[in-house]
Design a protein around this ligand. Sequence first.
Ligand code: ATP
Length: 368
Amino acid sequence: KKKVAIMTSGGDSPGMNGVVRACVRMAIHMGCDAYCIYEGYEGLVRGGDLIRKMEWHDVRGWLSEGGTLIGTARCMAFYERAGRLTAAKNMILNGIDALIICGGDGSLTGADRFRAEWPSLLEELVSTGVFKADQIAPYQHLNIVGLVGSIDNDLSGTDATIGCYSALARICYCIDLIEATASSHSRAFVIEVMGRHCGWLALMAGVATGADFIFIPEKPREDNWKEEMCGIVHQHRKLGKRKTIVIIAEGALDREGNKITPEMVKDLLADKDGLGLDTRITTLGHVQRGGTAVAYDRMLATLQGVEAVKAVLEATPETPTCFIAINENKIIRKPLVQAVQDTKEVAKAIQRQDFDLAMSLRDTEFTE
Ligand code: ATP
């Protein structure tokens, strides 16, 4: 019986449990044994009871659970060949040579490296006497498929990563709450959202809540950003708006590559010689990641989980390592390495549409 393992790795994202549920049940449906690797690559390296066989009922109710119930971790050992050698040993001890990984670009890059190295890891396990040649004979090729679990929507080649719409929904919900109190006191709020390298969450939250101004890493602000922001906020206030919302991604930058911080924005809005607004900072932090997945992420997790099991069973040594994407509402397989490469080169969030126009649907354009 073919054995298929599934693990979650890197930062958690809503929808990961839906992925595990779909993969476990699809693997069983396809006549395979399903395994979960607990604690990400840490589980592969440590082995033992971190590699567990799963039954159909073990994942019952998982669609509506937040986080990842099989745990995730950052694993230093897996960056080293010695760690990957132990991981290979543990996989063979459990009879596993098909692995599905749900994580960010780091986790998927690690997976591709593991797969490329697999034959030489097996050789070493035989030459050092850990296994006999006939023991490893059935495991000559490692098949790996990636699923992109990330709240940042930061992988090129797929329209949405599993978890991004849940995080976006939570941010919008929180901003709605803040707006009510901001209006009451006529205050300004600088809201920091996650996104060290990718501003998708900040940008979409800005569009979805009609924020006054946003800062994202992909669009470093010009030297005159202070005048620009204050000008827009001033205009909104003149039109009678009693609240000011500025959204700032963690990785916001200016043209020189200097960080723009929430404190800098707050000081500017509060400046007595300028706008003089009563200004507060709210860092949304991990509420963006926690909690249950929205319907879209559950649907994506399930459809992509099903496709991942098919892909890992159909892969041949010649097929490049793939990940499961969604493009124009179709679930498809794509080469992994290219997507990771493109992500490094292209700023995803702003390559798509005219978001400037969407943002300008705030009050600014409608002065009588
Ligand atoms: P997030 O989007 O949350 O950052 P990620 O998957 O990109 O998720 P990383 O911390 O980059 O998160 O990677 C998770 C784990 O994957 C690492 O702790 C490490 O064990 C493994 N990993 C990442 N990159 C590599 C690599 N180049 N070689 C081997 N293993 C890697």
